[in-house]
Each structure stands twice: as C-alpha cells, then as structure tokens.
Design a protein around this ligand. Sequence first.
Ligand code: GRF
Length: 219
Amino acid sequence: METLRVGVLASGTGSNFTAIDDAIGRENINAEIVVVVCNRVGAPVIGKATHRKIPVEILEHRLYKDRAAFDQAVAGVLQAHRVSLVALAGFDRLVTNVLLDRFADRVINIHPALLPAFPGTDAQAQAAEYGVAITGATVHLVDEKLDHGPIIAQAAVPVQPGESAETIRARILEQEHKLYPSVIRLFAEDRVRVRGRMVTVDGAEPSSDVLFSPPLAAD
Ligand code: GRF
C-alpha cells in the first residue's frame, strides 16, 4: 500500500502534530507528514516542524479577502504536496467547501470533548463548569459546521468532582496523543468507511468495555 501523505493544519502549540509524527516513526505507521500549514506567524508548531525537517507553509488567513480565498490557497498548498489526508490539529479556522470538496471524506479534526457535547472553544472549561462525570476526545470528519462531522473515534476521560479545567485539559491531551495517531493508522491501512454520519472501521472488534464514572458499587 502507498504511504499515506498527511498534511497537518495547525495554529498553535502543535503537541498533536508532534504526537502523530512520533507515533508514525515509533509504531511503524505507513504514513508521512509531508507538510504543516500554519495560519499564525510565531506559532510554536512552526519551530517543531522545522526542527523535524518537515516543510512548513505559513499562510496568514487575515491576508485573504474571505474564507473561500484562504481555503483556496490552503488547498493549493496541500495539493502541491500531494496530500491525501488532511489532519486539523489545533487549527483555529472553520474550513469551507472550497477545501472540503477537494478532499472529500479526507479532512479530519480532533476536539477535546465527547462530541456532540461541548463543541467550540474551551471545551474543557465547559465540561468543568457543566459538572460532567466523563468527558474525553473525539476525532471526526470535518464538514462545514463547527465540530460537527461524522465521528470516527472517541476516548473517554473521567472527571473528578470539582476538578479544574486545566487538569482536565492535561488528561484529555494525553488521550488525544494516543487517539489521533491511532486514527491516522486506520487511514494508512485504508480501513475507514463513511456512509452518511456512520463511520465503520474494517476489521474492528466491537468494544466490550464500559466506562462508569464514578465506579459503581458491586451488588
Ligand atoms: C487540542 O486540545 C485539540 O483537541 C484542539 O486544540 C488543541 C490543540 O493542541 N482542537 P496542540 O496544538 O495539538 O497542542
């Protein structure tokens, strides 16, 4: 099978970028990050990618007349690098059909909550304030609505009563760094099938584990 050519779109820290790149090397995933597209000058992800000798393209969204023009430029860069999977990793822009149409069912995102709960910014603070017992991380296909596309995989993270958004954030991030590479592997192995909102994974065992939080007492 051909090596999966991944383009990462990022705006900030880039810890998911690093986790994916590390996992590709360590876990023998048949994929390569061929370009990082960043919309913010000075974002830490730029230095991280450069250090790894991965090409970085800085496209400042504010220099384009609208979202469509920006996405046109982003899509052009991704196509020039022959990207076949686009992974949003802390990318702070909504994407439009200008990009999505060129990469149908091939644009994915990671969100720090169990969607459809807590979409948008500060999902960890929303979870802390709401008082949920379980939150987590979601990798989903991207559509033109915010944090809305079909769900590919989720990881649950229990929340302790009164826990701060910061500690929740750290524990979700730990799961994100495992979840995102595992989804990249599924694409590299061509095992992801999408029908409407339903995503199935070829060869996946049905999960038998149920997470209770707080743990329920035995009878
Ligand atoms: C992550 O929490 C991700 O779920 C959200 O933005 C954050 C990005 O972190 N979309 P990083 O830049 O990958 O460190």
